[in-house]
Design a protein around this ligand. Structure first.
Ligand code: GLA
Length: 721
């Protein structure tokens, strides 16, 4: 537009009658490369509305014409009859809130990251609500959180305090949840939503998940599909009780309210204090689930997961190999096996600590973080030294937030333990949870890690476990503020993790919680990977890894080859090679050809980990659909890819279709080579050693499945000139 025209336009606007100008809605656009979330302020009533959420709108003139839509962060007590985002009780006993727009600001905080804050205020009470949006342009991820503050004379009680409220409008809504149980995590189940509410929530206190993971997918109009359709993927960054509410109203509008579970968690907020909610993180795709997951995975590596762009260590763990039954000699022998296998690290699991109550089983010892003298007479120092001499790193299991009732810590510091003073104790896995709302306990937990690293600077890694949900919920520290415990406990955990990260910024750690109880993106700011499940049967793992992959990149998921399932070693290793490869098996019990195969597989994994761990993932064939599964990883510039194809329980006489690949350049030529072959065997794949165009591979496909149960193939795909 030339300057004269612009001037003319400004003059015309200035000539408009003042009241007409005031009627113009203010528009707040939050956008990424592919998604727009648009809010409008209604000048008549001063309230904020969500006008649009969907594929990016690029024409300003269209955006101007968008209808207002539905009110943004709905409150309780006014004219809305459905679930509110916020409900407060003022100190005069009035339970209502009416939020009006005050101001907003948008700024670029880093290249490709834009932050928008919208300030809302009640017109009768000095209560402020700030809605924060952080938009990651390239990865199409939007993070939302809310800050609530007030200047009333006495505390205000918050009953509901959502991180986010999003509105959607469609004919039909299909919700996919990822529910299950210990050793049976993230089973995907899709259901159509009808009028009313569906909630996904947990009340476990110390972890987000045991029965239902803190993430969901919501498909619009059609069921979720990998490569087409509109879908929203959402998750909450909170390592405690969470709640997602999906409510379809009388006009078939859907609202999604996400945040901390308000159950038994009303929070009294002092004047001037700010309540900051956890982050709700979502993406919206019009090209199906696959793209949405790749956006999530890229975003996690680039912005959220600890050391998201750094390499990972392969390892040998001793948990399933020995359980509690080990001593110094046995561990040193296992370290030799780790070195022989070619992995980077040996990880010592549970069972190394406690003297008055040695940790010889899971019934005692948690809390007493000193080496058991009878098992490890020379302490961890000897083990760290032995590992170093063998050219591998040493990692250690801890469960620092917990205490066994049979422990010296419990005897000394019952006041640090969450328990009801006047009732019998109830134990989960024979243990109890320490009260992390208490700063003294935070110091103690931080001290466990700090003391170990001070005494043994050679410890290169921690597996941080958390096996028990909170039982007998009562904090000796919080006294008359018991309803703060669920929230303050999790905040206490973050204080500890933040201190550790500050002092030991380069320390990799695995997040574990009795299998996959903890897999949320706030915790993953402090952890390089998580343990998806205690179930390491590879057939089950195909499903489990498939489920988590909707939100998490391969490098964040630890996957170990164990003896669970007893399938051929190749099948077990190929499944684990799709994520962060590790072993938890006695190498000395392997046959020579099995060991040779594993050594080769470790080498291949290390060589290809820039593709597997840092590339884009394409889910090609779902284990939920048939008797096979296939996943492919492609480097970001598409010059290299790795295909994993599995036959689980093929049917007799099944007619096998070629598998179409994805994520390649149509006009490039690729050579295919089957790798991870058992010694002495030849590839039976017709495509092995041949060269095809990307176009062919993606449209015609290759025969990748067979009729042999629990068999697998790994194919390296390399661009050739
Ligand atoms: C939990 C973990 C396991 C193992 C045991 C040790 O169950 O998920 O991997 O570390 O604790 O007790």
């Amino acid at each position: 537009m030339n300057t004269r025209l612009l001037l003319l336009l400004c003059m015309m606007i200035a000539w408009l009658p003042a009241d007409l100008r005031a009627q113009e809605p203010k528009i707040i656009t939050i956008s990424t490369d592919d998604v727009s979330l648009i809010y409008k302020v209604n000048a008549q009533n001063g309230r904020l509305y969500q006008s649009y959420l969907g594929k990016k709108l690029s024409f300003e003139s269209d955006i101007q014409q968008l209808p207002f839509g539905r009110e943004a962060y709905l409150t309780h007590g006014m004219e809305d009859y459905f679930e509110p985002a916020i409900r407060v009780l003022h100190n005069d006993g009035n339970p209502s809130l009416l939020l009006k727009y005050v101001s907003h600001e948008s700024k670029q905080t880093q290249p490709g990251i834009n932050e928008t804050t919208i300030l809302l205020q009640d017109d009768q009470y000095p209560v402020e609500v700030k809605l924060h949006f952080i938009a990651y342009s390239k990865e199409n991820i939007i993070k939302e959180y809310t800050e609530i503050t007030h200047r009333e004379k006495k505390p205000v009680t918050l009953y509901n305090y959502a991180s986010s409220l999003l509105h959607l409008d469609a004919h039909t809504y299909y919700l996919t949840e990822f529910a299950g149980e210990w050793a049976h995590e993230v089973n995907m189940k899709e259901t159509e939503l009808a009028f009313g509410k569906k909630m996904l929530d947990t009340k476990l206190g110390s972890r987000a998940n045991m029965f239902c993971s803190p993430f969901f997918m919501l498909a619009l109009n059609e069921k979720a599909e990998e490569n087409q359709g509109e879908i929203l993927l959402g998750t909450i960054g909170w390592t405690g009780n969470y709640r997602f509410t999906f409510e379809v109203d009388n006009t078939n509008g859907l609202r999604i309210i996400s945040g901390i579970n308000p159950h038994a968690s009303e929070y009294t907020l002092k004047p001037g204090e700010t309540f900051r909610t956890p982050e709700f993180i979502f993406t919206y795709s019009t090209e199906g689930t696959g793209k949405a997951s790749r956006d999530f995975q890229r975003w996690a590596r680039n912005h959220q997961l600890k050391d998201g762009n750094k390499p990972r260590m392969t390892l040998l763990n001793n948990w399933e190999a020995t359980y509690f039954d080990f001593n110094e000699d046995k561990l040193i022998q296992i370290m030799d096996e780790a070195a022989e296998l070619g992995v980077d690290m040996f990880l010592l699991d549970d069972g190394w600590f406690g003297n008055k109550y040695p940790r010889k089983n899971d019934r005692q010892g948690l809390g007493d973080w000193e080496e058991t003298a009878t098992k490890l007479p020379n302490g961890l120092g000897k083990l760290v030294k032995a590992a170093t001499e063998k050219g591998i790193k040493f990692g250690l299991w801890i469960e620092p937030e917990m205490v066994s009732p049979k422990s010296e810590l419990y005897e000394k510091h019952k006041d640090w333990v969450i328990h009801l003073p006047n009732r019998d104790e109830y134990y989960f896995r024979n243990q109890m949870v320490l009260d992390l709302s208490n700063p003294e306990v935070q110091d103690y937990v931080y001290g466990i890690v700090d003391n170990l690293l001070t005494k043994y600077p050679g410890i290169a890694y921690f597996k941080w476990d958390c096996n028990s949900p909170i039982t007998n919920i009562y904090s000796p520290y919080l006294k008359d503020k018991q309803s703060h415990l669920y929230v303050d406990h999790v905040r206490g955990l973050y204080n500890i993790l933040e201190r550790i990260k500050q002092k030991y910024p380069n320390l990799p750690m695995m997040l574990c919680s009795g299998g996959g109880g903890r897999s949320d993106y706030e915790a993953l700011k402090y952890f390089t990977e998580f343990w998806p499940s205690d179930n390491t049967d590879p057939v089950e793992r195909i499903f489990i890894q498939w489920g988590y992959s909707h939100f998490f990149p391969a490098k964040s998921m630890a996957a170990h080859v164990t003896s669970w399932g007893k399938q051929p070693i190749k099948f077990r290793t190929d499944v684990a090679s799709m994520c962060k490869l590790g072993f938890d098996i006695r190498v000395n019990e392997m046959k020579p050809e099995e060991l040779q195969y594993c050594q080769e597989a470790v080498k291949n994994f290390k060589r290809l980990s820039p593709v597997i761990l840092d590339g884009d993932q394409y889910r090609l064939f779902s284990p939920y659909e048939g008797e096979h599964a296939a996943v492919m990883y492609s480097s970001l510039n598409k010059d290299k890819a790795v295909l994993f194809a599995f036959d689980i329980h093929p049917r007799y006489g099944e007619i096998l279709q070629p598998l179409r690949l994805q994520g390649l350049k149509a006009d490039a030529r690729y050579e295919l080579k089957e790798i991870n072959l058992m010694p002495g065997t030849q590839s039976r794949m017709a495509c092995n050693g041949k060269t095809y165009s990307g176009e062919y591979l993606m449209n015609v496909g290759i025969p990748a499945f067979t009729g042999a149960a629990t068999s697998s193939r790994v194919v390296e795909i390399t661009e050739v000139q």
